[in-house]
Design a protein around this ligand. Structure first.
Ligand code: PMP
Length: 398
């Protein structure tokens, strides 16, 4: 039955991780996966999460019963507050949020909704480059996608003219996938003025924004500030989608915690929207996992834990920024002036290394990064920055 079955291609990021694990070198460094690491290179469980886990386990308020199809209301309402801030008070009656299997699950439920209820040829426009799974998710949901220009590799800068041209050329009522902050992989976000131009154009074209919010808190260290572009779209009265992930900012990667929110223009559509989202979820996995959602809910609804989370998040964002500065300085000392590294924000740096140079880093120096030259700064430490800088000099001069 399966003798002719071809192997699926390795995922570019998760495949790289397998390659890293198989490398016997004691000096190997993993800058491929976008997961936070401590200065010692270890995964981090936040203190606020440990405390919340105790409450979930011992308070007697939680159990292992099935969750509602759309998750606990206390969870998704608190998540809304984190994402939408003060716009909950002004526009919250038009928000429909459901728990999702982290950011990926939220994107998938959203795209299935698009497939089911939008006109047949509705196309999703995705930044070039983007997180590679965006394309997989659209394809799997049966939604056509195309790229819009986002980044100039020649200039190591945002290609704003290309972006506006492509979004303008897209048929009216297309879906425009936007990263709320800390764009993956480029680390290059639009300025507030550029966001304004993007919003004006999307409004003029009657496009529907679909925001992906996977790194809230990692751009500026401040949750509220990082979500500002999204809140601006809400204040303007857009109907939109948002996929929210708590994987990175809560360090809850494997717990798969997130939400999907649909913002509608009319409160009377809220009930139908929720029912349709639930029907898509029911056929996918029936109901979401409880533990991570409860932990997140406990932190988000407890003033002290919430404050502690924000501090810990600032700490993670701060260490990543420190690595960015140290890498920039180390390269400068070696005669390489990579100004773009300092202009980028968030967890990544899009180095500009070409595929051959990337292979030199991997094969010769055992430093793993994605084929497009993206490095996760969170994988660096004070000890490994000079090792990376030396390897970059080697790759650039060979
Ligand atoms: N969007 C972007 C841009 C991402 O980088 C990621 C994670 N790498 C996700 C969404 C989804 O991640 P998760 O499903 O783990 O929340």
């Amino acid at each position: 039955l399966f003798s002719e079955l071809p192997e699926a291609p390795l995922d570019p990021i998760l495949g790289l991780n397998q390659q890293f694990l198989a490398d016997p070198s004691p000096n190997k460094i993993n800058l491929g996966v976008g997961a936070y690491r401590t200065e010692e290179g270890k995964p981090l469980i936040l203190n606020c999460v440990k405390k919340a886990e105790e409450i979930v386990d011992n308070s007697g308020k939680f159990n292992k019963e099935y969750l509602p199809i759309d998750g606990p209301a206390d969870f998704y309402n608190a998540s809304q507050k984190t994402l939408f801030g003060d716009t909950v008070a002004t526009h919250g009656d038009k928000f429909v949020s459901v728990q999702a299997l982290s950011g990926t699950g939220a994107l998938r439920i959203g795209m299935e909704f698009v497939k089911k209820f939008f006109p047949k040829d509705t196309t999703v426009y995705i930044s070039d480059p983007t997180w590679p799974n965006h394309k997989n998710i659209c394809t799997a949901a049966g939604v056509p996608w195309k790229n819009y220009r986002y980044y100039s590799r020649q200039k190591n800068a945002l290609d704003m003219a290309g972006l506006l041209e492509d979004i303008s050329a897209a048929p009216d009522r297309s879906i425009i996938l936007l990263h709320v902050c800390a764009h993956n992989p480029t680390g290059m976000d639009p300025t507030p003025d550029q966001w304004n131009d993007i919003a004006n154009l999307i409004q003029k074209k009657n496009h529907i924004p679909f925001f992906d919010c996977a790194y809230q808190g990692f751009a500026s260290g401040d949750l509220d500030r990082d979500a500002e572009p999204l809140k601006d779209f809400v204040r303007r009265g857009f109907e939109l989608f948002v996929a929210q992930s708590f994987a990175k900012n809560f360090g809850l990667y494997g717990e798969r915690v997130g939400t999907l929110t649909v913002v509608t223009a009319q409160t009377q559509t809220v009930k139908a929207l929720r029912s349709q989202l639930k029907s898509i979820i029911r056929a996918n996995y029936s109901s979401p996992p409880a533990h991570g959602a409860y932990v997140t809910q406990v932190v988000l609804t407890d003033e002290k834990l919430l404050r502690e989370w924000k501090e810990e998040l600032k700490g993670m964002a701060g260490r990543i920024l420190d690595m960015r500065v140290k890498l920039y300085e180390a390269l400068k000392q070696r005669g390489i002036h990579w100004e773009h590294v300092m202009k980028q924000i968030g967890m990544f740096s899009y180095t500009g290394l070409n595929p051959e140079q990337v292979q030199i880093l991997i094969q010769k120096h055992h430093i793993y990064l994605t084929g497009d030259g993206r490095i996760s700064l969170a994988g660096l430490s004070t000890r490994t920055v000079p090792i990376l800088a030396d390897a970059i000099v080697d790759a650039l001069t060979l």
